[in-house]
Design a protein around this ligand. Structure first.
Ligand SMILES: [Zn+2]
Length: 278
């Protein structure tokens, strides 16, 4: 089945007819901040955008869907996105975002500089966050995203996605991923196939891998002990990419795993087929 899908996509791209991708499954929809809108387009759009970011158009069982990451800062209410047809015609569709209450988390960080960085740190942080933003807005047409993922690490999950975070009592950005606690050195496996987009050591994220799954679906792995892959390498689902560590801003060894759609951090649990968001 997989082989066949790949061939069909090849033809699509070869003809340049439609910038959509044929997928085996769809992600779980959650119409809330940090969720995913899976919206039937009832047509054959060739591109689309939401908040000026390109969005994924996926064909599943003969229907086209817009698959849109909803930012954590989205207000409840109607949200509009744009579609462009093959002849250049524009249309607008909408979906409704409901209110979702995320909890608070309070963490104590021993290294004060990781909470209140000095001027030199700030330079590094600014440079790194620009690099990260650029990686997250990468668009790879030739990769076929797989939405059905397995957890990258066996470990204890804290359901902290979206939490309003306080470090040493000071408010910071909401938590944009899933934390999985495991012993230092526990292997981390790719939750889905993709290509390694970037690796590096970052001020807050420590040893980090960014993985591209195609069409704006991009995942992030942080605080690793070792990075076992190089940028540009294609990775199969289940392949080891590194080991759990405690590098960067942490209170103990764990993997921070984020999943991005259209440059928006969404709840990774929506890809695990567990049908519940705590
Ligand atoms: Zn985290």
């Amino acid at each position: 089945m997989k082989q066949l899908t790949a061939v069909v996509i090849g033809i699509f791209l070869g003809s340049g007819a439609a910038a959509q991708v044929v997928v085996d499954s769809l992600p779980e929809s959650l119409l809330a901040p940090g969720g995913i809108a899976v919206v039937p387009t009832q047509g054959e759009a060739v591109s689309g955008s939401f908040r000026d970011q390109r969005i994924m158009l996926a064909q599943h069982e003969g229907e086209q869907y817009a698959i849109i990451g909803i930012p954590l800062d989205a207000e409840p209410g109607p949200q509009q996105f744009k579609l462009t047809g093959a002849g250049g015609e524009q249309s607008e569709l909408r979906f409704d975002v409901t209110y979702k209450q995320y909890r608070e988390r309070h963490l104590t960080i021993a290294n004060e500089r990781q909470v209140n960085p000095n001027a030199e740190d700030m330079e590094r942080i600014t440079r790194e966050s620009a690099e990260m933003r650029q990686a997250f807005s990468t668009w790879s047409e030739s990769l076929t995203p797989v939405f059905s993922m397995r957890p990258p690490v066996d470990g204890v999950r804290s359901s902290s996605f979206g939490s309003r975070s306080f470090f040493n009592g000071q408010p910071r950005n909401p938590h944009s991923g899933m934390d999985i606690a495991a012993a230092e050195g526990t292997p981390i496996h790719a939750p889905a196939p993709g290509v390694i987009l970037a690796t590096g050591n970052y001020f807050f994220n420590g040893n980090t891998i960014i993985m591209d799954h195609g069409h704006g679906l991009i995942s992030l792995y942080c605080h690793m002990n070792t990075i076992d892959v190089e940028p540009g390498v294609a990775i199969k689902a289940g392949e080891q990419i590194g080991r759990v560590g405690s590098t960067g801003r942490v209170t103990g060894p764990h993997l921070h795993w984020s999943v991005n759609l259209n440059n928006v951090r969404v709840d990774p649990v929506l890809f695990l087929g567990e049908n519940s968001v705590p």
